[in-house]
Design a binder for this molecule. Sequence first.
Ligand SMILES: Cc1cc2nc3c(=O)[nH]c(=O)nc-3n(C[C@H](O)[C@H](O)[C@H](O)COP(=O)(O)O)c2cc1C
Length: 368
Amino acid sequence: MGGNTFGKIFTVTTFGESHGPGVGCVIDGCPAGVPLTEEKIEHELARRKPSSVSAASTTRREADKPEILSGVFEGRTLGTPIAVLIRNQDQCSDDYAALRDVYRPGHADWTWEAKFGIRDYRGGGRSSGRETVGRVAAGAVAKAFLSKSGVSIRGWTASIAGINVPQDNGFDIDFAEGNPLRVPHREYAEKIRQKLEILRTEHDSAGGVAACSISGVPPGLGEPVFDKLDAVLAQAMLSIGAVKAVEFGSGFASAYGLGSALNDRFAPCSVPLSFLPSGAPSLKYATNNAGGILGGVSTGMSIEFRVAFKPVPSISQRQLTLDHKGDPYELSIDGRHDVCIVPRAIPVVEAMSALVLADMMLLNSINR
Ligand SMILES: Cc1cc2nc3c(=O)[nH]c(=O)nc-3n(C[C@H](O)[C@H](O)[C@H](O)COP(=O)(O)O)c2cc1C
């Protein structure tokens, strides 16, 4: 009912507010016997943390030490609910006192009050980016489950502040993880860093695009018609704060292309594909304009999609807003906020992808 649970078999419920005692997740439906440690989860959480060297990042510093409270014994999952708690330690709630009776433009403050009649104004409560800690912890569990399947999920920064990273010359996916902006291009990482430094001094924020590639997905995953693989991935992405659009493969560009150019072509497959149901011929695709999904079902090509993030709404530049009486209020937000959240959101995009894939794998085992 409440919108805090995602998935059909491999389900995750996230909990917690930005400035409450902690955040975390409860995963149900993870099969027994999956190797899982707190270190594995902590590794993923560290990737989501603000970077001390990134021009993009907030200065909130959290240890983000996960505590597995249940569902794991001697380093393996038990098949019972897995609860993971991450305590909040560096809240600085005083920074938010001014927001008690005031609504931030572009944020969830007023809409959440319009729905619930009450809100935790400290750091946005559960509408804060801190909620994504629970998703990343759950994603680490999903990644552990997927690890034997050959599925590999990689995200990177494709664009920030209108600076698009070229996909050809100089593109180096391994460079992405090694730099705090997660830009897969040495020269463009520097260009974007400089742009973000300027925006920081102007007390402004920027949007951007995260790209994600999922390889090793066998053909046949996805549950048409309402739980098509692309539909569920899109829902997963759009549930992340500040996401405004998702496109698969050629995406919006396909609206302007021609069928003769965009229809993906087949290629003969020399080896029989073991995971196909009997009667389905072994074929493969030679092109991937669809982004690895056709008819809501994986094609066997890599799943390629892009996620558009709007600029972080909390900016320290003066903005005109209204208070709870409807009176004008000149707002300048003091808290610690990212100039651009895309680099930190990439582990969240990967985590949500892993959750979708884990669930689809389990659904596939009963629905085909
Ligand atoms: C990883 C992450 C970090 C975020 N950090 C901030 C932040 O520091 N300040 C802020 O105003 N919004 C931040 N956001 C965005 C807000 O959560 C989001 O804009 C807000 O909840 C309103 O929802 P909407 O933009 O999806 O409509 C962050 C989002 C994510 C995913």
